[in-house]
Design a binder for this molecule. Structure first.
Ligand code: SF4
Ligand code: SF4
Length: 130
């Protein structure tokens, strides 16, 4: 019986890891602002710069939460707390890294001259709205 329980728990843990690689997420308020305050706080240099916003590499983020409180426009959320209107940004932070992968450090990569399609399609975001 114990063996069966262990196997069930192991299956659940594996399923959780593989289905949910995201940790912290950057959402729409960052678009066209990019003041980069969060970059200074990240201990593993996993916040990458796109053309119009920054993106968190989900495999590199260690889930420390240091970036969240320094964002002046509350653009950073733990994955379970992303507001409904910005729920697409959870996938956007993952999909931005298609073709980029896990470079192991944003500073050596620098500006990545692209954005996720949902960001690229946005009209210019007015800074006074933030
Ligand atoms: S601190 Fe907020 S607004 Fe500034 S770059 Fe980071 S996520 Fe974007
Ligand atoms: S939660 Fe921590 S590791 Fe993840 S992006 Fe923010 S500062 Fe970096």
């Amino acid at each position: 019986m114990k063996q069966v329980i262990r196997e069930i728990l192991g299956t659940v843990a594996f399923a959780t890891r593989t289905e949910d690689p995201v940790t912290y997420v950057i959402a729409q308020p960052c678009v066209d602002l990019k003041d980069k305050a969060c970059i200074e706080e990240c201990p593993v240099d996993c916040i990458y710069e796109g053309q119009r916003m920054l993106y968190i590499q989900p495999d590199e983020c260690v889930d420390c939460g240091a970036c969240e409180p320094v964002c002046p426009v509350e653009a950073i959320y733990y994955e379970d707390d992303v507001p409904e209107q910005w729920s697409a940004y959870t996938a956007a932070n993952v999909e931005f890294f298609d073709g980029i992968g896990s470079p192991g450090g944003a500073s050596k990569v620098g500006l990545v001259p692209k954005d996720h399609p949902i960001v690229a399609a946005l009209p210019p975001q007015q800074s006074e709205e933030h």
